[in-house]
Each structure stands twice: as structure tokens, then as C-alpha cells.
Ligand binder design. Structure first.
Ligand code: GRG
Length: 294
């Protein structure tokens, strides 16, 4: 099976599970469930759960458990996108090729749908029965740190504070993105490792892989916001400039940003050396993400 076939196979498994967990009975709070489902079903690349599954697969770990944690991380990621699109944040109208959650359901429902997805993720993770309670607790602890103020939310507040500033240096930009975008990607990879009883050496290599990949991913995001095609991306381009944000493109130029993404991708590949041939899918994924157009 080649990379693309394997990637699509992982996505099918993930989408099937998302379909299964998002079946809700008719009830007075149906509106919030509909909004949660709307954003989850809109698609997206499913990079984070694919990373969780592929890491567990690479290490011969518990793939069923990895699927559960990967799906939970996708719910957290989707919540962050719903909130990020709100008028009080980036105020975007389109996401994943369709109107954003608040454009379709209104601001209050979208806010609650994000909260609903975040809470559902923890409900779903705490019901894990595929691995030991101690392993489950360790993974939930890792994911909470990475999605909270030590991770994604921390990065978001630094990002907001930087808006309109002209003195943001590369060091601060990297710090901000290692939290805002990088932390959840790290949680996805590490969760796959923890579902596989990875040892400290393996966890260190996985952390390095995820950190380099997360930053390269963000740089490509900055590049696409500048020179991408909004039809392919499913969201408008130029929002960074509109929101007066410092990005890798504003600091390094398009070519400099591309060179940085390439160097980080190479470092991500190098960090998988210890996994030999088993690391082939993750290596291909890192290369594919660098060349992505959406
Ligand atoms: C509590 C108000 C509130 C906010 C929560 C919004 C937020 C904290 C954090 C923002 C996190 C964020 C939007 C990071 C951007 C990361 C990023 C590059 C997202 C795009 O990821 P893709 O390309 O998207 O994987 P798809 O749609 O493919 O899943």
C-alpha cells in the first residue's frame, strides 16, 4: 500500500468512528449537537488523529486506543477552529469549504458547540477501556496540558497580544506557534507513543519529530495564507495580513519561510532514524505536509 492509500485508509477509520460517536437522540439541546456535528463532518485533513494512529502502528501499540485518543484530539482541534473563527477572534466566514459554525448557527450556539466538543473529548477519553487506567490518565494529562494554557490556549493569547505589533521577533513567533499549533500536534504523536508503551528514548525522538513537524506545518500555513488558493484551502487567504499579524512570511519572506520549513522537515525525518523502516509512513507524511496546498 502506498502512502496515499494508507493515509486514506486511516482517514476512513477516523471518519467512521466520528460518525459513530456523533449520533445523538432527538432532545431539547439538539441545536448544539447539530452544530458540533456540522463542524466535525465538514472534514479537514484529519492530520492529528492520523498522527496518533500511525505512531501507535509504527510502535506495534494499541491501535484501538490510539483511535479513541486521536478522535478526541480531532474534537479538541475542531473546537479550537470554531472559536478561532468567531467575531471576537479572527472573524472568518468560511472554514473547511463551508460557512463557519457561527455563520451557520449563530454566535452563541457556535461558542457552545466549541465548548461541547472540548468537553465531549474528555468524556470520550475517560471512557477508554482499551488500555490500563494508569495509561489513560497519563494520556489525558498530556492532552489537557497541550490543549490548555500550557499549550494551545497559551499560544492563542500570545498571538492575540502580538496583533498589530511590529517588534515581534522570530524567537517569540516560534514560542507562540510551538504552543498554539505545535502542542496539539505533539499531543497527537505522544498519545500514539503512550498507547504503545514507548520508552523514554522513543518518547524523546517522537517529541522532537512532532515539534519539528508542528513548526514546519505552521510555516506552510503562513505561506498558504499568502500565496495559497482560497478555493483549495476552503477558507479565505490573506487573513494574517488583514489581522495585522507577524508571520514567518513577514519575517523571512516566502523563500526564507520555505527554506525554514524544509530544514525543519529534514530534522523531523532525522528524528525518526531509530524507528528504521517502521517510520516510513510518518516520514512520507512529513514530506507530504511540506508540499501541501491545503
Ligand atoms: C477558548 C476562545 C477560545 C479559544 C481557544 C482558538 C484557540 C483557543 C486556539 C486557536 C488554535 C488554532 C486555530 C491554531 C491554528 C492551528 C492551525 C494551523 C489550524 C489548521 O489546522 P489544519 O490545517 O485544519 O489541520 P483542518 O481543517 O485540515 O483540520
Amino acid at each position: 500500500m502506498n502512502f496515499e492509500e494508507k493515509f486514506n485508509e486511516y482517514c476512513c477509520v477516523i471518519n467512521k468512528r466520528l460518525e459513530e460517536v456523533f449520533i445523538f437522540e432527538d432532545c431539547p439541546q439538539k441545536e448544539v449537537f447539530d452544530a458540533m456535528k456540522y463542524s466535525i463532518k465538514a472534514g479537514g485533513k484529519r492530520i492529528r488523529p492520523v498522527l496518533t494512529l500511525a505512531t501507535a502502528h509504527m510502535l506495534g501499540g494499541n491501535v484501538e486506543a490510539a483511535l479513541r485518543f486521536g478522535v478526541a484530539i480531532e474534537c479538541i482541534h475542531t473546537y479550537s477552529l470554531i472559536h478561532d473563527d468567531l467575531p471576537c477572534m479572527d472573524n472568518d466566514d468560511m472554514r473547511r469549504g463551508i460557512p463557519t459554525c457561527h455563520k451557520r448557527f449563530g454566535e452563541s450556539t457556535a461558542l457552545l458547540a466549541g465548548d461541547g466538543l472540548l468537553n465531549f473529548a474528555f468524556e470520550y477519553m475517560s471512557a477508554a477501556d482499551e488500555i490500563s487506567p494508569a495509561q489513560t490518565l497519563r494520556i489525558i494529562s498530556e492532552i489537557s496540558k497541550c490543549s490548555g494554557t500550557w499549550g494551545m490556549i497559551g499560544g492563542q493569547i500570545v498571538d492575540l497580544a502580538n496583533e498589530g505589533r511590529t517588534d515581534v521577533r522570530e524567537e517569540l513567533l516560534t514560542y507562540m506557534h510551538s504552543l498554539k499549533t505545535g502542542a496539539l500536534i505533539r499531543a497527537a504523536v505522544i498519545s500514539g507513543g503512550l498507547c504503545s508503551d514507548a520508552d523514554e528514548n522513543e518518547l524523546q525522538a517522537l517529541t522532537r519529530f512532532a515539534d519539528c513537524l508542528g513548526l514546519a506545518f505552521q510555516i506552510q500555513d503562513d505561506i498558504l495564507d499568502c500565496i495559497g488558493d482560497s478555493q483549495v484551502l476552503g477558507k479565505p487567504v490573506g487573513s494574517d495580513q488583514q489581522n495585522d499579524k507577524t508571520t514567518y512570511v513577514t519575517l523571512l519572506g516566502i523563500d526564507g519561510a520555505k527554506r525554514k520549513a524544509e530544514a525543519l522537515t529534514q530534522a523531523a525525518l532525522d528524528s525518526l532514524d531509530m524507528f528504521n523502516e517502521a517510520g516510513e509512513f510518518l516520514r512520507s507524511l512529513a514530506l507530504w505536509l511540506m508540499g501541501r496546498e491545503k
